[in-house]
Design a protein around this ligand. Structure first.
Ligand code: NDP
Length: 318
């Protein structure tokens, strides 16, 4: 950091612009913390990559993910939040309750009394061109968000962990038939979850099965071509929905040397709190939640983070 450049100082810096970041901004702005949000590479976060959001309270007719994020942005700006396109590239957190330093876009540094991390998580995908082509048109990485659109239809879900098992049983309640595509000859999920899957009549587990291609037309997905990796036999499953549940990756590389995280990279927060191991640094949304991962829970923890930042500053000034 150069000594000659003038460094902007903020009371509250928010990194990430999904429902957690914007909700934190709304609360922080209303508490006169003059928050600045750096949006990250995907302004609006994961919801801008989905279509309809039908489960966020307050939208009786549903809303599209991108419109909802524009609404949240406008609401945060209404109270004076500065929303800036840019992403944090380096952090130098104070370990003694002092000022935190954050580098933006690899060049400019800002300092902040409080930092709210809302960088989210990224769903893992298979990496097939057809998966990208039909994303939002029958392909989804969130059964709880999108399962409803496939009521009474046949769907497939890929994955064999707890998420896939949980989402398969969720889908089984809505859909006529659920094919579960497991690449090995066994699950990774816990025994209890596997029992639930095996005891659900309309889930058919296809072991040693890999996805070759998702098929469809202008109306969206209508089938999936799969291959048994033992027999090499290919088959086509007639499904209108294809769910990918092979894990998420929290966006936390930046904090690897400064914040406590679990073995898969999710930030650890104190119980019933968004406080991290560093004073004045809070984490909210999917970056610290591998269990619920919903827009509404992200928004809830965003609210908590702003309230805790405000209380931290008030306590420091006493
Ligand atoms: P996991 O990493 O546990 O599982 C990912 C699954 O996806 C594995 O079965 C893996 O297969 C499969 N997979 C990965 N890549 C591919 C691929 N390219 N093609 C096909 N299959 C693939 O992720 P989860 O999201 O399921 O769980 C994350 C964490 O959250 C876990 O610790 C889990 O226990 C926890 N969790 C707990 C819940 C609960 O307690 N209610 C609910 C949900 C999650 P393979 O096994 O062959 O590697």
């Amino acid at each position: 950091m150069s000594n000659t450049e003038e460094i902007e100082h903020l009371q509250c810096l928010i990194i990430g612009s999904g429902p957690a970041g914007y909700t934190a901004a709304i609360y922080a702005a209303r508490a006169d913390l003059h928050p600045v949000i750096y949006t990250g590479i995907v302004p609006g976060g994961q919801l801008t990559q989905t279509t309809d959001v039908d489960n966020f309270p307050g939208y009786p007719q549903g809303i599209t993910g991108p419109v909802m994020m524009e609404d949240l942005k406008a609401q945060a700006e209404r109270f004076g939040t500065q929303v800036r396109f840019g992403y944090a590239t380096e952090v130098d957190f104070s370990t003694d309750g002092g000022i935190h330093k954050i580098q933006i876009d690899g060049s400019k540094w800002v300092t902040a009394d409080t930092v709210i991390i809302a960088t989210g998580a990224t769903a893992k995908w298979l990496g097939l061109p057809s998966e990208e082509k039909y994303n939002g048109f029958g392909v989804s990485a969130c059964a709880v968000c999108d399962g409803f659109f496939f009521k009474g239809q046949d769907v497939a879900i890929v994955g064999a962990g707890d998420t896939a098992a949980e989402e398969a049983t969720y889908l089984a309640k809505l859909c006529r038939k659920v094919y579960m595509l497991v690449r090995r000859d066994e699950f990774r999920a816990s025994k209890a979850m596997v029992h639930r899957v095996q005891n659900t009549a309309n889930i058919e587990v296809l072991y040693n099965t890999e996805t070759e291609e998702i098929l469809g037309d202008e109306r969206g997905v209508n089938a999936v071509r799969v291959k048994n990796n033992k027999t090499l036999q290919e088959s086509v499953l007639d499904v209108t929905g294809f769910f990918v549940a092979i894990g998420h990756k929290p966006n936390t590389e930046l904090f690897q040397n400064s914040l406590d995280m679990d073995e898969t990279g999710y930030l650890l927060t104190k119980p019933d709190s968004t406080a991290t191991n560093i004073q004045g640094v809070f984490a909210c949304g999917d970056v610290q939640d591998h269990v619920y991962r919903q827009a509404i829970t992200a928004a809830g923890t965003g609210c908590m983070a702003a309230l805790e930042a405000e209380r931290y500053l008030a306590g420091r000034d006493d």
